[in-house]
Design a binder for this molecule. Structure first.
Ligand code: LAN
Length: 773
């Protein structure tokens, strides 16, 4: 095959090869009128709306939170200067409390991953359900704003896996495609630059499996380039160690619709006549499209995308599937059975979440499956389309797709706890805010098990981790809290834990003026808190640790089948010090309030969990965090776990080592700054921008939980937090805070409020507030 000459046909003339000289001066993209946008929060279901008329705007004024989310001036006044940490905490809370939404929750943008909008937009394109114009405009702006241009990551014109990442084929091919589908011209200088970057990386043929999947169904690639996703895997008996029901929920819920679409080799019906698809066939490759021998590129991948190379075993399996299974053994009846079963499981997922689905990868894929199976007019398709809106979020840089349909329960639970922990929950001025937050948690607790669970052979009350095909292998969930809202409907061990803790903190708080009176009503009845504890008790692994959505069901060896080259450790549930701590601290608090309920179970759970936390500490005193960056995040949890057992600096070598780990990494300015590279490499990596308020708060809280006795390093940390605080009480956005699957970063913008407030208040309570720092 001949390499296509780089020429203007493909828009290469200003590609990076000779395009590094191209001037990509900032181009002002069309922008919507930000005064017209509003966030609606309907009992935790959050959607952005663009108002058309003056009357609508008058009837629905923009809120402070709206303005904050969009990066507009909130107009909030400068507060009296904080002279000590407690005043700084109160100023922080004063600002942050203004961001609470009507139903009582906090919200924020939840971006970071750069592979979510593409799936979203491709799905809407191939199903003929375009986004509204204001959304299109803002998505274009967002994607351009995240492009690696100028100073950003070498400015090569591509996009990474996440907003801070180096350009990859996945990021670049998919975001380029998205922009084109939204109407951006290939002649835009930034698009030329992007193509140059893509060609330098080998073109879209060097993309990972997921890129090839999306581009094949769009009709830009041919299905032979996609490694097999056989839905017949789902027909394996439960006892088989590699059965999909044992996989991490995100993997199996993506594998499900992906297998359905792959099995049908479905292609966008208008691909051959759609001018954009036809042009993309010319724009995304370094070879002429018609000459590409697709099957030869199944395993082609650029090194930058290949974070987690496929194992020899998976390569072998793929060969067998491609050369033997698909052509000779995949009989029609088997295909039919597999597709029918997978379709049933898709329907279960849709029914359990009213078509919101687990996350914004499987949600558009399920929409597509419904479209293929039931046609464009089906209720399932329409409902999916509506619910997809919940994933969109407007920021100052444009519109993004969130990693989940919000952060409602998670941020709200943490907020309650921070305020409680620093003694401000008793103050009358915070009562209304906290009561609303508690009422929100009440409204969002999941009160029914998943479809089919109660009638299944796995059912018991109280539940166990047992599950069965009859309910789509869902974990029991009655009493749980999810990460976002009740509609999404998945328990997460730590989200349920944080929900329990926040609830119990408020519901047991005594009135400081009358010790026999509770300060807050019993909004969530005892029975429901017990249900939540029951759920936690189902979530422990055999070794004592806890995972995210379920107890671990499969062996780590399943990682050999990890086909998504861009992520690591995704195939099964793993043990996490963060989740384990959350469960320990929740059950600890629970058993203090309800000492007679399942006492032995709880005691054994806590003992085993703590033993695991101890063994999970690394030789250097740290713990590796999987959901926040990174050692500061996990240390903040682990030391809290140990503290519940009375294990502190004074009596524990472990805690001393953990504190030393932090002390050795404290910056001159008193803060800590940890880069996301820590997550990727497993080694502490200093943040290039120096101290970060979120890392600083986590490290300081960790050391205070561990009762580190010397004031000086903590005082320096607290000074940094005070110094970075703005006159109106807020902190400004710094580096990205969260992570998943080791390689993909995700933003938690409210952390910069919650944890500094908590750290400042804890310091004040511990070391006294009087001294002016
Ligand atoms: C999240 C967000 C929250 C997070 C915590 C609660 C912080 C964690 O302690 C447990 C795991 C959980 C719930 C989690 C799991 C993976 C998610 C859902 C995400 C990181 C947000 C986005 C991510 C999801 C996998 C994104 C879609 C990508 C795929 C690879 C399917």
């Amino acid at each position: 095959m001949s390499m296509r000459k780089r020429g203007p046909v493909n828009g290469h003339s200003n590609g990076r090869l000779n395009g590094s000289t191209t001037k990509t001066t900032r181009i002002e993209d069309p922008k919507t009128d930000y005064s017209r946008w509003r966030l609606r929060d309907d009992r935790g279901i959050q959607t952005w709306h663009y108002l058309q008329t003056e009357e609508e705007m008058e009837a629905w004024p923009q809120s402070i939170a709206d303005r904050h989310f969009m990066g507009l001036d909130t107009g909030l006044p400068a507060l009296p200067r904080a002279n000590n940490p407690m005043q700084a905490a109160e100023n922080g809370l004063e600002f942050y409390s203004k961001l609470q939404l009507e139903p009582g929750n906090w919200a924020c943008e939840y971006g970071g991953p750069m592979f979510l909008l593409p799936g979203f937009v491709i799905t809407l394109h191939v199903t003929g359900m375009p986004l509204a114009l204001p959304e299109q405009t803002e998505i274009i702006r967002y994607i351009f704003n995240m492009q690696n241009l100028g100073e950003k990551n070498g400015g090569d014109g591509g996009w990474g896996l996440h907003i801070e990442g180096d350009s990859s084929v996945f990021g670049t091919a998919m975001n380029y495609t998205t922009l084109r589908l939204l109407g951006v011209s290939p002649e835009d200088p930034r698009m030329r630059k992007a193509r140059g970057c893509l060609y330098d990386l080998g073109g879209a043929l060097n993309g990972p499996h997921w890129a090839k999947f999306w581009l094949s169904l769009l009709g830009v690639m041919e299905w032979e380039v996609v490694n097999p996703v056989p839905p017949e895997f789902w027909l394996l008996p439960d006892w088989v160690p590699i059965s999909p029901w044992r996989w991490w929920i995100h993997m199996r819920q993506v594998f499900l619709p992906m297998g359905f679409v792959w099995s049908k080799r479905w292609v966008y019906p208008k691909a051959d006549t759609d001018p954009i698809v036809r042009q993309l066939r010319q724009e995304l490759f370094t070879h002429p499209h018609e000459e590409i021998a697709w099957a030869r590129y199944r395993n082609a991948i650029s090194p930058i995308d290949n974070y987690n190379p496929k194992s020899w075993l998976l390569d072998l399996i793929n060969y067998i599937l491609v050369l033997v299974w698909v052509p000779y053994l995949r009989f029609g009846w088997l295909v039919k059975r597999a597709e029918a079963f997978v379709w049933k499981l898709i329907q279960i997922e849709d029914a359990n979440s009213d078509h919101a689905d687990l996350a914004p990868v499987n949600s558009p894929m399920n929409l597509l499956a419904c479209y293929i199976q039931e046609g464009p007019e089906a209720h399932s398709v329409k409902r999916h389309r509506e619910r997809l809106q919940e994933y969109l979020w407007l920021t100052k840089d444009g519109m993004l797709c969130c990693g989940t349909n919000g952060v409602q329960n998670w941020d709200t639970s943490f907020t309650i706890q921070a305020v409680y922990e620093i003694g401000l929950a008793e103050k009358p001025e915070h009562r209304q805010m906290l009561l609303k937050a508690l009422e929100f948690l009440e409204d969002q607790q999941i009160l029914e098990h998943a479809v089919g669970y109660e009638g299944s052979s796995a059912y018991s009350d109280p539940p166990t981790a047992k599950t069965s095909a009859e309910c789509g292998w869902r974990h029991p969930r009655r009493g749980a809290w999810g990460f976002s809202n009740r509609a999404q409907g998945y328990t997460v061990s730590d989200c349920t834990s944080e929900g329990i803790k926040a609830t119990l903190m408020l519901q047991t708080l005594r009135d400081p003026n009358n010790a026999s009176k509770n300060l807050f009503p019993q909004v969530i009845p005892e029975q429901r808190i017990k249900w939540a504890a029951d759920i936690l008790l189902t979530m422990q692994n055999a070794n004592g640790a806890c995972s995210s959505y379920e107890a671990t069901r499969g062996s780590e060896h399943l990682e050999l089948l990890n086909a998504a080259e861009v992520f690591g450790r995704i195939m099964v549930e793993y043990d996490y010090p963060e989740c384990t701590t959350a469960c320990v601290t929740a059950l600890e608090r629970f058993t203090q309030v309800y000492p007679d309920y399942r006492t032995a179970d709880i005691h054994s759970f806590i003992t085993r969990a703590i033993a695991w936390i101890r063994t999970n500490q690394r030789a250097d005193g740290s713990w590796y965090g999987s959901w926040g960056i990174c050692f500061t995040y996990a240390g903040f949890f682990a030391l809290e776990s140990l503290a519940t057992q009375g294990e502190t600096y004074a009596n524990s070598e472990r805690v001393r080592r953990a504190c030393q780990f932090f002390l050795d990494r404290q910056n001159e300015d008193g803060g800590w700054g940890e880069s996301y590279k820590s997550c990727e490499t497993g080694k502490w990596c200093q943040h290039p921008d120096g101290s970060q308020v979120v890392n600083t708060a986590w490290a300081a809280i960790a050391m205070m939980k561990g009762e580190y006795p010397h004031k000086e390093p903590l005082e320096r940390a607290v000074k940094l937090l005070m110094h970075r605080q703005q006159p109106n009480g807020e902190w400004l956005q710094e580096g990205i805070e969260g992570v998943f699957n080791k390689s993909c970063m995700i933003s938690y913008p409210n952390y910069k409020f919650i944890f500094p407030i908590q750290a400042l208040g804890m310091y004040a309570r511990r070391f006294g507030d009087a001294s002016r720092l």
